[in-house]
Structure formats: C-alpha cells, structure tokens
Design a protein around this ligand. Structure first.
Ligand code: AMP
Length: 146
C-alpha cells in the first residue's frame, strides 16, 4: 500500500478515535451535570422517602450522618426549605443559613465534639454533588477534602 495513503488514513482514524474519546467524555460530563440538576436525595430524606441516620432535627433543619464518611463523625446539616446552593443566600433568608451554624453548635454539644470542621461546597465545580444546600460537620480526624 502507498505510504502516503497509510499515513493519511492511519492519521485520520487515530484522530477519529481521539475525537470519539473526547466526545464520550463530554457526554459523560453532561450526564453528570444533568444528574446534579435532577437528583435531590436530601429532599427525599427530608420527606422521609429515604432512610437516614438522623442526629438532630428542628422545625427548620435536619442533620444526618453522611453515607460515605470522611471522618469518624461526618454529619450533613440540611435546611428543610429547599435552596439549590448557598449562592441563594440573601437578606431575606439569612435566618435559615444562620440555623445551619446553630445546628452545628447543638450537634457538637450533643455529641461532645467541641472542635470540628464545617465545610460547604457551593456549586458543582467546587465539588457539590447533591443540589440541596448542606453544611458538612466533621470531627477533627477528617482525612480528605470533600
Ligand atoms: P457534596 O459533595 O458537598 O454535595 O456532599 C454530598 C454528600 O452527601 C457526600 O459526602 C455523600 O457521601 C453524601 N450522601 C450522598 N447520598 C447520601 C445519603 N443517601 N445519605 C447520607 N449521605 C449521603
């Protein structure tokens, strides 16, 4: 076979493969993004449609243990009222965001964990997977970034 022919078409199929790989990755990212937009597991937990290991509950807050803990104690503190991300904070809803920190203090007293880490991922590019505002409460032995 002509060398030029092989170079031309060999090169083309390699590029085609690279393009297909790239396209697949793009589709995968898109599907993950759609999952972020749709799947609100925490709403199901709040509505008692999914089980959870609840450690604290008030009129406005539900807190339960993380299913894949990154510390000996890893709790998720969730407002019952729906906010997709903390970007939705405003003068009108300051109170509910304050309730998250108050719940953290109450949990620390209840579980006798005076020192703790609080963390919140805001938006999927920062690592937020579940599209319902939540504050991570971790005991000081936390091992990894969230
Ligand atoms: P984030 O990445 O900040 O959105 O955190 C979501 C957290 O929710 C992760 O740490 C997950 O392990 C946790 N998680 C996901 N599904 C459940 C569930 N059904 N019950 C408890 N925690 C969950």
């Amino acid at each position: 076979m002509n060398k030029n022919f092989v170079q031309k078409f060999g090169g083309f199929s390699r590029r085609k493969l690279i393009f297909e790989k790239f396209a697949k990755k793009k589709i995968k990212n898109k599907i993950e993004k759609m999952a972020f937009l749709r799947e609100n597991i925490f709403q199901k937990i709040i509505d008692k449609k999914l089980p959870a290991d609840v450690v604290f509950e008030s009129e406005k807050i539900l807190a339960f243990r993380d299913i894949a803990p990154k510390a000996a104690t890893h709790i998720l503190i969730v407002p019952k009222k729906f906010f997709r991300t903390a970007r939705e904070i405003s003068e009108k809803n300051l109170e509910i965001f304050g309730e998250l920190f108050l719940a953290a203090k109450k949990i620390s007293e209840k579980l006798k964990i005076p020192d703790y880490k609080l963390a919140m991922n805001v938006g999927e590019n920062a690592g937020q997977v579940v599209p319902h505002v939540h504050l991570h409460f971790l005991s000081p032995d936390f091992q990894s970034n969230l």
